[in-house]
Design a protein around this ligand. Structure first.
Ligand code: FES
Length: 153
């Protein structure tokens, strides 16, 4: 449970208007790695915007997540080009190495493993994104090296 004051500290950075909604939600996302339900409730009270509208934004914008995500997000492109160049093998190996199923988050909250559709870099297939950074022509072992380095940072 997050203290209300933590949300207030973020909300106070912005003008109290509906136009600030997205920026505040992005800050929630950065701070907690997702948009907590209590944060939505508080934002609704302070900005006087219906919770349903905030939830709609939370589901519309891909950069926002309404469920807890890991500190690091690993996305495996499973579009056609990447599929043909070995994305399923990368995905399986990452599931094994991280001990989490696709679209799941590790118990320690470090990693979320996701499958995504074509990310528009087919020439670099197979593509994996680690914290929104593109890595092309990858293998699972290379992705694991990148992940390990991130964890040490
Ligand atoms: S299919 Fe993976 S980048 Fe296009």
């Amino acid at each position: 449970m997050v203290e209300v004051s933590v949300f207030d500290r973020i909300i106070e950075r912005y003008e109290r208007s509906e136009e600030s909604l997205l920026a505040i939600l992005q800050d929630f996302q950065r701070e907690f790695h997702y948009v907590p339900e209590e944060g939505i409730r508080r934002l609704s009270e302070v900005l006087r915007v219906p919770e349903s509208k905030i939830y709609a934004m939370g589901t519309f914008y891909k950069a926002l997540s309404l469920t807890p995500r890991g500190r690091h997000v690993v996305k495996v492109c499973t579009g056609t080009a990447c599929h043909l160049k070995g994305a399923p093998q990368i995905l399986e190996a990452l599931e094994r190495e991280l001990g989490v199923k696709r679209n799941g988050t590790t118990e320690d909250g470090e990693y979320t493993l996701e499958c995504v559709n074509c990310v528009g870099a087919c020439a670099m297939a197979p593509v994996t994104l680690v914290d929104e950074e593109y890595h092309g022509q990858t293998r699972a072992s290379k992705v694991m090296d990148i992940i390990r380095k991130r964890t040490e940072e």
